[in-house]
Design a protein around this ligand. Structure first.
Ligand code: SF4
Length: 222
């Protein structure tokens, strides 16, 4: 269940962590609590795709649609912050009012992914988190989420349902609960481990005898 509460700069969490969290709670904690990171091919190519999307931060207007790249977003009610690849403002009678602009606009976040649609909800939850920040910032309701997949060159449109909102709120609350305790959960080896950026740091068998932090400090001393 989600309890309404406010967060501050000391405990606000990165939206990019939602993907890690959905993939593996332990991976998220290693990166976002213990600050460990090991790049693999997937993460590197993903970052290049993101750099392109965040390149040349600008706002342009074409056919009445205002497109903003690299917009920073946050919600202190949910305790999350991040950067949107693209936010489109589409003229709409029941949309948001934009400072210095005529009329009203519906707000549509568009997330870029280098791969193709996944079985998990990770991508949807990430853009949903951006959308909830945008709703706070523009005092509006967002009905549609978009994800552009680089591999298939396809833009997927997703209805922003109450079910997605509830799933996201539960996940964010769980992230905050772990973060407030600075707790890195132990996880059994699973099918995600072979594709995990941190598998060399987090071999689950190591966690039985020592933490990753201890393992790294032992390695440094050897
Ligand atoms: S190696 Fe496996 S258990 Fe460890 S962080 Fe990665 S996915 Fe999670």
């Amino acid at each position: 269940m989600y309890h309404k509460m406010m967060y501050d700069d000391d405990n606000i969490l990165s939206i990019s962590g939602i993907q890690h969290f959905v993939f593996c709670r332990r991976q998220w904690a290693l990166i976002h609590i213990e600050q460990q990171w090991a790049e693999n091919l997937l993460t590197v190519s993903g970052e290049i795709m993101h750099e392109k999307a965040h390149d040349d931060t600008f706002t342009e207007t074409r056919n009445g649609i205002i497109t903003s790249r690299g917009m920073q977003v946050s919600s202190y009610e949910l305790g999350i912050y991040g950067v949107c690849d693209i936010v489109e403002f589409v003229p709409s009678d029941d949309g948001a009012i934009l400072f210095g602009k005529e009329g009203k606009y519906s707000v549509v976040p568009v997330e870029y992914k280098h791969g193709e649609p996944k079985e998990s909800h990770a991508d949807i939850l990430q853009v949903a988190a951006q959308a909830m920040c945008l709703e706070d910032m523009f005092c509006t309701k967002i009905n549609e989420l978009n994800i552009f997949y680089g591999k298939t060159r396809h833009r997927q449109k997703i209805e922003f349902t109450d079910e997605i909102r509830d799933e996201l709120k539960d996940i964010i609350l769980e992230m905050h609960m772990l973060y407030s305790r600075r707790y890195t959960p132990k996880v059994k080896q699973n099918k995600n481990c072979s594709a995990c950026s941190l598998k060399n740091l987090c071999l689950p068998r190591l966690t039985k005898v020592r933490s990753v932090k201890k393992y790294l400090s032992d390695m440094a001393e050897e």
